[in-house]
Write a protein that binds this ligand. Structure first.
Ligand code: UT7
Length: 352
């Protein structure tokens, strides 16, 4: 059976930089608070009306495709991970296909909705398709445009200051080289706290809260939305919300657990890791996990300072930056790990 290697990698972040000081003009926050609590100094925001999630994804994808030495027409499967899609439906996978000018239909497009762990989930799914021999050139993209959906009033500050826009992409291909490629992945989920880090409205769940008519509709219809009411908008129920402390506490437990799990699976230890790329949700979380693993600074790649949390895009952006900086060499053992909304979490070990 083949293994799966990353044959090409690329990333794209919008040009427009938004600093903590810029956010301070809209809400009651401070540069000190944001840096001290999260490590973030600035983030990128997409160009309104032009840079949608699929457009950012396509920019990263073109680079990954070129570096893999193929053309868009060679891609036989697309996996697109995002929590901030262009549309409610269809998903970004087909939009990316169109954006890349892939007109043939000998291709499938799958959308992954696993938030911060979307890239690890996508990588694991793609790995299985390559190993089974079903596909030969899988394009896996993680992309987000958070900036269009955040609450810029003080009410939303605990979430809004953390997020940024960007995209990362990889091309997955089979390799027959022994001990190369994705060695193992482990995925987990726990729906107990699904609403503790969530973007809930609009969604069909809210229909249950309002009175029903003969048609099964409720008063929201008059606002023309999908169960989106004026009340929801007035009360800020149409923005993401988070119980930050619960997420933080759970993340610092689950990261080390799942990393140990992938290492144990391969008979390896933290000392074998050449580069650790944690999901960038909070620099304090990454530093906690780094300490727990006993890794020196030069074996961990963090970029949350410059981009904030770009959710599904975070790991491919960081991996690509590290690769471009010469920190990822053939034979290196790379560990990626993520935790986020769901809760879902996971980790992979990759031999470059
Ligand atoms: O990628 C998805 C996964 N997400 C995460 O992993 C995020 C995990 N959680 C965190 O990173 C942290 O919990 C936060 C950075 C979100 C918050 O840090 P914290 O140290 O847990 O702060 P807190 O939520 O306990 O809030 C402390 C105070 C509160 O004020 P009071 O009640 O003590 O008066 C907040 O209202 O800080 C206040 N606060 C802010 N102040 C200034 C919350 N957000 C802000 C803000 N600026 N942006």
């Amino acid at each position: 059976m083949h293994h799966t290697k990353i044959a090409g990698i690329g990333f794209y972040v919008p040009e427009h930089t938004v600093t903590n000081h810029d956010l301070m003009r809209h809400m009651d926050t401070s540069d000190e608070w944001i840096q001290e609590r999260s490590g973030i100094v600035e983030r990128r925001f997409a160009k309104r009306h032009e840079e949608t999630t699929s457009v950012l994804g396509a920019k990263a994808a073109r680079i990954a495709i070129e570096r893999a030495g193929i053309t868009p027409a060679d891609v036989d499967f697309i996996i697109f991970a995002t929590l901030s899609p262009d549309y409610f439906f269809p998903g970004c996978g087909v939009l990316l296909q169109r954006e890349l000018g892939i007109t043939h239909t000998e291709i499938g497009a799958l959308d992954i909705r696993n938030q911060c762990s979307g890239f690890v989930y996508g990588l694991t799914v793609g790995d299985q398709f390559i190993r089974s021999g079903m596909y030969k050139n899988i394009l896996l993209v993680g992309a987000e445009v958070h900036s269009m959906g955040l609450d810029y009033s003080t009410r939303g500050r605990n979430v809004t200051v953390l997020f940024g826009d960007g995209a990362g992409a990889v091309v997955l291909q089979p390799t027959d080289e022994q001990n190369q490629g994705i060695l193992t992945s482990k995925l987990h989920s726990d729906g107990t706290h699904a609403e503790q880090l969530a973007f809930i409205n609009p969604g069909c769940h809210s229909g249950y809260h309002d009175k029903e008519t003969d048609f099964g509709y409720d008063e929201s219809v008059e606002f023309g939305g999908l169960f989106l009411t004026q009340k929801m908008m007035d009360e800020g129920m149409t923005f993401p919300t988070m119980d930050g402390q619960l997420v933080f506490k759970t993340a610092v437990t689950k990261f080390p657990e799942v990393i140990k799990e992938v290492l144990d699976d391969q008979g390896l230890t933290p000392a074998d890791i050449d580069l650790f790329i944690p999901h960038q949700a909070n620099l304090r979380i990454s530093q906690f996990v780094q300490k727990k693993l006993g890794l020196p600074d030069d074996k961990v790649w963090n970029n949350i300072q410059r981009y904030g949390n770009t959710t599904a895009a975070t790991i491919p952006i960081a991996l690509c930056e590290a690769w471009e900086a010469g920190k990822v060499k053939k034979g290196d053992l790379i560990c990626i790990a993520a935790f986020g909304s769901g809760f879902t979490w996971g980790a992979s070990l990759i031999r470059w």
